[in-house]
Write a protein that binds this ligand. Structure first.
Ligand code: ADP
Ligand code: UVW
Ligand code: MG
Length: 411
């Protein structure tokens, strides 16, 4: 790595998408912290005929370029991304590139911090595929493709599970036979940790406090959704478990159910383990309840009087309330609730409904503050509320870039 290599490419490979950012850690971002964005983009609907790549070269005019047409797999997606970057002189061959940072969803028990990827690390990420079947395979293809493009560069894995490794055993252990659990490493790992870490820190900043001084409940509500209880900057509980299926109602995932539902489906409905897996991960949640997994579409249907959409919304919100109550009890004292990710940042009705009726917990939302649209962290609670309710946009890519840069410049 040369001394002036300050750029980090971040790849966030999802099951059917790749989000990416090229950042310069030697330059300040908005505000005063490092990480100026040079290019950002998204490839979506990978594997379908209608794949779409939207690329915005912020360092070269900032005009978004869109390409549509089939992109067969993640490897093809990353090659297309590399070409877009190269078109503006921001290519992967640049000597200014210091490292490539990858979001890796499941890190198991081994990885509690960002890690430079070698074959042994890749093997471990591969071993964890059964507990993150929608995510780890895409992460692996992202890493292998990036390695092939720049074999000389450090590739760094930043794990979704890392932030949650501070959970006490009382929160991390399931109440099942200890030997069986240990033999198969069955426990609560938690996910979206990079987001929970970033958002809880930003929330403390918004309150003008140090992270050590505040207790925050973070609600990361995207396609996948999870809640976490963060005490003084450390995670003490989170809603996702062994896999990203437990907890909140999600776009296509059920979240919490009675585990007996699974053997009932097997014994009574004759479904196989794979069919049940597919049902709970891909055909449940909002999609299973009402046929749509996008909150925008659900709100539109509710406005037209659609009862199935209204019930799906109510079930989604009911689950959020339960976790707000539970994590208030876990934390004892809550300073702030932070809403983040696609739904949390954009869906004012979800925020209003989740907090409604929680005055006894010190939580309230001001309707006019809640209606404000902004990309900035902001409070939406009235002055009198004991608990600050906030909208805090997440930035997993920036956080991954910071952790990656810190690791490769430390040695
Ligand atoms: N303007 C909006 N209003 C309501 N919901 C929105 C809006 N924009 C995005 N969403 C929701 O956010 C979801 C995507 O969230 P995001 O955090 O980008 O997900 P992921 O990173 O898991 O792909 C969409 O499926 C949709 O439900
Ligand atoms: C872990 C997880 O659920 O991630 P995503 O929300 O990106 O699907
Ligand atoms: Mg996400």
């Amino acid at each position: 790595m040369t001394a002036n290599a300050t750029r980090i490419l971040v790849l966030n490979s999802g099951s059917s998408s790749v989000k990416y950012q090229l950042l310069d850690m030697g330059k300040a971002a908005d505000g005063d912290s490092a990480g100026a964005r040079l290019a950002v983009g998204l490839v979506e609907r990978i594997g379908e005929a209608t794949s779409r790549l939207a690329h915005t070269p912020l360092a070269a005019g900032g005009q978004t370029r869109e390409t549509t047409g089939p992109i067969a797999d993640h490897q093809a997606a990353l090659k297309a991304v590399a070409e877009e970057l190269a078109a503006d002189g921001l290519g992967l061959d640049s000597p200014e590139l210091a490292a490539i940072g990858h979001r890796v969803v499941h890190g198991g028990l081994k990885f509690t911090a960002p890690t430079v990827i070698d074959e042994a690390v890749l093997k471990e990420i591969e071993r964890l595929v059964p507990v993150a079947p929608l995510h780890n395979p895409a992460n692996i293809v992202g890493i292998r493709t990036a390695q092939a493009l720049r074999p000389d560069l450090p590739q760094v894995a930043v794990f979704d599970t890392a932030f949650h490794t501070t959970m006490p055993e009382s929160a991390a252990r399931y109440a099942i036979d200890v030997e069986t659990a240990d033999a198969h490493r069955i426990r609560r790992y938690g996910f979206h940790g990079t987001s929970h870490a970033y958002v809880s820190r930003r929330t403390a900043e918004l309150l003008g406090k140090a992270p050590e001084e505040v207790n925050v409940i973070v609600l990361h509500l995207g396609n996948g959704a999870s809640a976490s209880a963060v005490r003084g900057g450390r995670c003490v509980d989170t809603s996702m478990g062994l896999t990203p299926l437990e907890g909140l109602v999600m776009g296509t995932r059920s979240g919490d159910i009675d585990p007996a539902v699974t053997f009932h489906l097997k014994r009574v409905a004759g479904m196989s383990a794979d069919e049940i897996d597919e049902l709970l991960n891909k055909k449940s949640g909002l999609l299973g309840l009402c046929g749509d997994n996008d909150m925008r579409e659900i709100r539109r249907r509710i406005d037209e009087g659609d009862e199935r959409a209204a019930l799906a919304f109510d079930i989604y919100v009911h689950r959020l309330k339960k976790y707000l109550g539970a994590y208030t009890a876990v934390l004892g004292k809550v300073d702030a609730v932070a809403f983040t990710a696609g739904v949390g940042e954009n869906a004012a009705p979800v925020r209003a409904a989740a907090i409604a009726g929680l005055e006894e917990l010190g939580m309230a939302v001001d309707a006019s503050l809640n209606a404000v649209r902004s990309d900035e962290p902001r409070l939406i609670s009235p002055d009198y509320a004991r608990v600050a309710v906030a909208v805090v946009p997440t930035d997993e890519e920036l956080e991954i870039a910071r952790q990656t840069y810190a690791l490769v410049t430390a040695s």
